[in-house]
Ligand binder design. Structure first.
Ligand SMILES: Nc1ncnc2c1ncn2[C@@H]1O[C@H](COP(=O)(O)OP(=O)(O)OP(=O)(O)O)[C@@H](O)[C@H]1O
Ligand SMILES: [Mg+2]
Ligand SMILES: [Zn+2]
Length: 383
């Protein structure tokens, strides 16, 4: 409300006391936080000074969730780093207890802090939805939302009697984590298509429709089959083929069509879990992600695209050129692996991000190869 009125030229605001920090984050206005009507009258009579909130400029992050805690998992960590760098949607699949949930929760710790405008957008949504903790200023750490798989469509995309923002909007400029992805209701999964496509969501209701922003990175996690051990190194899958089909079809459906990176999370052997050696910290990984994001910012400075994952055909043609040497190689790989046209473009986009992390202008063969490895999870499994 404050932002909306500020745009109409209002400069002074009386706000509820608990909202003082978020309101103070808006530059160029004076705010007067009040606990009761008497204080509001005092504010109107000029008896209380404007509030000067002190904001945490860096944002706080719960360091309970640091990649330092994750033992091994080199390939999953790598896939996640690429996803974070190019803001690609990602699917983590693997056996029970392999660490999918643990990994996903740590993704915000390697994303750059939100810039002012994006921080204000996220804060606005959380504030209006009443989920901003008391005394909180601007949201600088990208939000992380993990709705339960029993959540209704209204809870996920928004709506209801008093139309509020759904999880897709609370995850705006951050991460939407759908754990146990296959367990979500079909209509809920379907309802993600519009926000994934448009980066916003329109919610219809009696009095008209409302559009909320919904630009998020989707992180989905799932077992590859009912027993969970389909791709496991040690334990054999005990599922009948038809049951695997159910998983496959749900995972390979229309939403996963919008997922650029699929990584297998293998269980880490016990002896490695007990290894007290150092794992790379989130801070280190984040430094690389931030550099790759800077490269993208420069690349896309004159367009509506911000990240490699958002490139359309025009940008792909322009920024994902392949050496003529590698073209034939790539064509053969695509044919051999039955890669669809859609997957083909995803591979190019992911290659672009891998090249950015490698600080390379051109796409090299190794970038393409790695990107191919993140696609088509059931490749070796005949359904
Ligand atoms: N690589 C690892 N390093 C450290 N701890 C791990 C690792 N993998 C698993 N763990 C431990 O095992 C627990 C289970 O992991 P997690 O819940 O993330 O598995 P999951 O893949 O989500 O399983 P499920 O499919 O049952 O949901 C973690 O909370 C953690 O304590
Ligand atoms: Mg889990
Ligand atoms: Zn199985």
């Amino acid at each position: 409300m404050t932002i909306a009125l500020y745009k109409f030229g209002y400069k002074k605001f009386i706000v509820p006391y608990n909202n003082r920090y978020e309101a103070a984050a808006i530059e160029g206005i004076e705010i007067y936080p009040v606990e009761n009507i008497q204080k509001a009258i005092d504010a109107l009579n000029g008896k209380i000074p404007p509030f000067k909130g002190v904001l945490e400029p860096e944002g706080r992050f719960d360091d309970l969730y640091d990649f330092e805690d994750v033992k091994g998992q080199e390939s999953a960590r790598r896939g996640i780093e690429i996803a974070a760098a190019g803001r690609h949607n990602i699917l983590l699949y693997g056996a029970p207890g392999s660490g999918k949930t643990m990994l996903a929760k740590r993704i915000p710790s390697i994303l750059p802090l939100l810039e002012m405008e994006k921080a204000i957008e996220a804060t606005m949504i959380h504030s209006a939805s009443g989920v901003l903790p008391d005394g909180e200023g601007l949201i600088r750490i990208p939000p992380f939302r993990s709705p339960h798989h029993t959540a209704s469509e209204a809870a996920i995309v928004g709506g209801g009697v008093n139309p509020g923002a759904g999880e897709v909007s609370l995850a705006h400029n951050g991460v939407l984590f759908l754990d146990e992805f296959v367990e979500f209701q079909n209509n809920v999964i379907q309802s993600l298509r519009q926000p994934l496509e448009d980066r916003e969501i329109t919610v219809a209701r009696a009095a008209g429709s409302v559009t909320f922003p919904a630009d998020f990175m989707l992180v989905a996690a799932s077992n590859p089959c009912q027993c969970g051990y389909l791709f496991d190194n040690d334990i054999e899958c005990s599922c009948p083929a038809a049951k695997i089909g159910r998983y496959y079809h749900k995972i390979a459906g229309p939403v996963v069509d919008r997922i650029d990176i699929e990584v297998l999370v293998n269980r880490v052997p016990y002896k490695d879990l007990l290894d007290y050696g150092k794992n790379e910290t989130s801070e280190n990984i984040k430094a690389r992600v931030v550099r790759a994001v800077e490269i993208q910012k420069e690349r896309f400075k004159d367009s509506s695209v911000s990240f490699n994952s958002q490139m359309g055909n025009r940008e792909i043609r322009r920024f994902c050129r392949i050496n003529s040497d590698d073209e034939v190689f790539f064509e053969n790989a695509v044919k051999k692996l039955h890669i669809s046209a859609r997957a083909f473009f995803k591979i190019l986009k992911v290659s672009r991000t891998i090249a950015d992390l490698d600080n390379s202008d051109g796409l090299k063969r190794e970038h393409l190869l790695e990107a191919i490895s993140y696609k088509n999870l059931y490749r070796n499994y005949k359904i």
